[in-house]
Design a binder for this molecule. Structure first.
Ligand code: ADP
Ligand code: MG
Length: 233
């Protein structure tokens, strides 16, 4: 493929929180295209609008104005069911606030997206174990998710993000709560997925090393993209 069309294309995104005196323009007109198979780091200071942008790109939130196209389809023209379908089938999430369900096995946590998608139990189990195996934690499949260490939990979150074989994985500070060596192994896994399976990675990070490993960095400042980085040839 010499040229490919964007998997994600944001045009003129704004997002205003609150109203009246507490009104705050978190995004002030952002346009960004992400190509299939790219890894993109979204960087910038705390409060600059990184998570807001990622939530919009991932269709977890709707913009105040502007559009997001996923594989060419304008999300504002999708029904709620279509949005849910795209989110569940096309996207995987590695967000700290997407907790694992406690008192539930690791495997059941991992296969949740498949359950939502209506995949039958035996197939869920097969694919869930395969994802856990890819992350090196198949031996924890039957453990309570709560009993794991931070790094193990993060691997389970990644296994859950990839179990659907998504086109795009969104990760918001994926290594933020991890010690250096665990964070390093989580990073390696994310980039291995990008390299080996052609998954597109969109990563919000404070970590300059993680940002440097991505194909490009998109720098957000005060609700605007001030540098969209070099688009990979
Ligand atoms: P970042 O991820 O770069 O730290 P965010 O996108 O989370 O920044 O937030 C951007 C700005 O929007 C911040 O000033 C934050 O306080 C504000 N903000 C984020 N979410 C909300 C919300 N739900 N209500 C009001 N303000 C918000
Ligand atoms: Mg954030």
């Amino acid at each position: 493929m010499t040229s490919s069309h964007p998997v994600l294309e944001a045009s003129g995104l704004t997002r205003t929180y609150g109203r009246g005196d507490s009104r705050f323009d978190a995004l002030k007109g952002v346009s960004l295209a992400v190509l299939p198979g790219e890894s993109v780091a979204i960087v910038g200071r705390s409060g600059s609008g990184k998570s807001t942008l990622m939530h919009l790109l991932a269709l977890l939130d709707t913009p105040t104005s502007g559009t997001i196209r996923v594989d060419g389809t304008d999300s504002t023209r999708m029904s709620r069911a279509e949005v849910n379908h795209v989110r569940n089938r096309t996207f995987g999430f590695v967000f700290q606030q997407f907790f694992l369900t406690p008192k539930t096995t690791v495997l059941d946590n991992v296969v949740l997206p498949l359950k939502i998608a209506g995949v039958r139990a035996s197939e869920r189990r097969r694919r869930g174990l395969e994802a856990l195996d890819a992350l090196g934690i198949a031996d924890k499949a039957k453990n309570d998710a709560n009993s794991l260490s931070g790094g193990q939990k993060q691997r389970v979150v990644i296994a859950r993000a990839l179990v659907n074989e998504p086109a795009v994985i969104f990760a918001d500070e994926p290594t933020g709560n991890l010690d250096t060596s665990t964070g390093e192994s989580v990073e390696q896994m994310l980039f291995a997925l990008q390299r080996d399976r052609g998954i597109t990675l969109v990563v919000v990070t404070h970590d300059p090393d993680l940002a440097a490993r991505c194909d490009r960095g998109v720098h957000v400042r005060d609700g605007l993209i001030v540098d969209a980085g070099e688009v990979a040839a």
